[in-house]
Design a protein around this ligand. Structure first.
Ligand code: SF4
Length: 147
């Protein structure tokens, strides 16, 4: 059993979480790392609170009270326009302050976002290829199915 908290980008605060929950069920994207036989439970779901992400300081405490084992930063942080500039700081802060491992990514990168980012001049500068190599290695078919 893994108890998971998800933090989404505040720009997508009205998101219903469909892609995240689907990928958790299908063990794709950031959830591919978990064995299919291992039970996954969502124990928290919140936004960063909007730029610059003030809720990241507090919301992991609530997740922890629910037994959280790991926090996922949603894929929206990676593929928003522009990508969140604070991803690495969020991950480092949560891991250091709360002692919780942080996985960057939830659902696979939708192909339409991937293709647009690949044409933008700042995509390479974001270093996403190094930050989320598992998402970058996802098959084109899977990416397209998350469009
Ligand atoms: S870009 Fe980053 S800090 Fe801004 S709303 Fe999205 S996740 Fe939060």
């Amino acid at each position: 059993m893994k108890r998971i908290g998800i933090i989404i980008c505040g720009r997508y605060q009205s998101c219903g979480g469909g892609k995240c929950f689907r990928s958790m069920r299908e063990r794709t994207g950031g959830f591919e790392r978990y064995d299919r036989n291992e039970q996954l439970e969502i124990v928290g779901y919140s936004t960063c609170g909007g730029c610059p992400g003030g809720n990241v300081e507090y919301v992991p405490a609530e997740f922890l009270k629910n037994g959280c084992d790991v926090i996922h930063l949603a894929t929206g942080l990676i593929v928003g326009y522009p990508p969140c500039p604070h991803i690495r700081q969020f991950k480092a802060f949560i891991e250091q302050h709360y002692g919780l491992p942080v996985v960057v990514g939830t659902h696979p990168i939708p192909l339409k976002y991937f293709e647009t980012h690949s044409k933008l001049p700042f995509w390479d500068q974001t270093g996403m290829k190094d930050l989320v190599p598992d998402l970058m290695a996802e098959s084109r078919d899977v990416m397209e199915s998350y469009n």
